[in-house]
Write a new protein. Structure first.
Length: 208
């Protein structure tokens, strides 16, 4: 009987150890973060029908802007969708506007919703008047969580990206036409080459 009892205790211990190991293994799989799994978000400006805009929206005071968020290809292929937009803020120069905190729009000027099981989420947001002091870019950053994986992943979207236009002026102050800029640059290159050659010929500048 003693041998039978020992065998039974060994079997029970083995089964218990196997169950604990299996539970720990499952916990390890669950604890993988969304970033470790390479889940990400595609963010873009969209219209009332949630279609991507071909052109950037214009900067107008009091306008509500809409932005769409979709899981990236890796998340979509794994049948993983967006759980919620956790946080979002807009920045412009020294100004910061909190738009989403803990998955909810802030101050009545931002709202967030998801549809199609989280395969598409969108945010409507109105910018504060300080953001319209000049035509500079507005930067949006936030975090998004998914239906699988722990933690969240970063997301970003830039608005009104400022384009620099350079004008070249002649000696008389007249703006040089774009088609004449190439010829101007050739003359500049010749001038720079001449200056370099003259400097190389100065005593003490000979190459050793």
């Amino acid at each position: 009987m003693d041998s039978d009892s020992s065998a039974m205790r060994f079997l029970l211990f083995f089964l218990f150890s196997f169950i604990v190991f299996a539970d720990n293994d499952n916990d390890a799989a669950v604890e993988m973060s969304a970033m470790d799994l390479n889940y990400g978000v595609i963010a873009y400006e969209c219209d009332r029908n949630l279609q991507a805009l071909e052109e950037k929206q214009k900067k107008r005071i009091g306008q509500v802007y809409r932005f769409c968020f979709q899981p990236n290809s890796i998340a979509s292929e794994g049948n993983v969708s967006i759980k919620q937009i956790d946080s979002w803020e807009w920045t412009f120069d020294e100004y910061v506007q909190q738009a989403v905190i803990d998955g909810k729009g802030v101050g009545g000027v931002t709202s967030v919703r998801c549809q199609d099981g989280g395969n598409l989420c969108f945010m409507d947001s109105m910018l504060i008047t300080s953001f319209f002091e000049n035509p500079g870019s507005v930067f949006g950053t936030g975090t998004v969580s998914f239906t699988s994986g722990t933690g969240n992943v970063p997301a970003q979207l830039n608005l009104f990206q400022f384009k620099f236009n350079f004008n070249f002026q002649g000696e008389d102050g007249e703006i040089i036409k774009p088609e004449d800029v190439a010829e101007l640059m050739k003359e500049v290159d010749k001038h720079n080459a001449g200056v370099k050659a003259a400097k190389d010929e100065e005593p003490g500048n000979e190459e050793l």
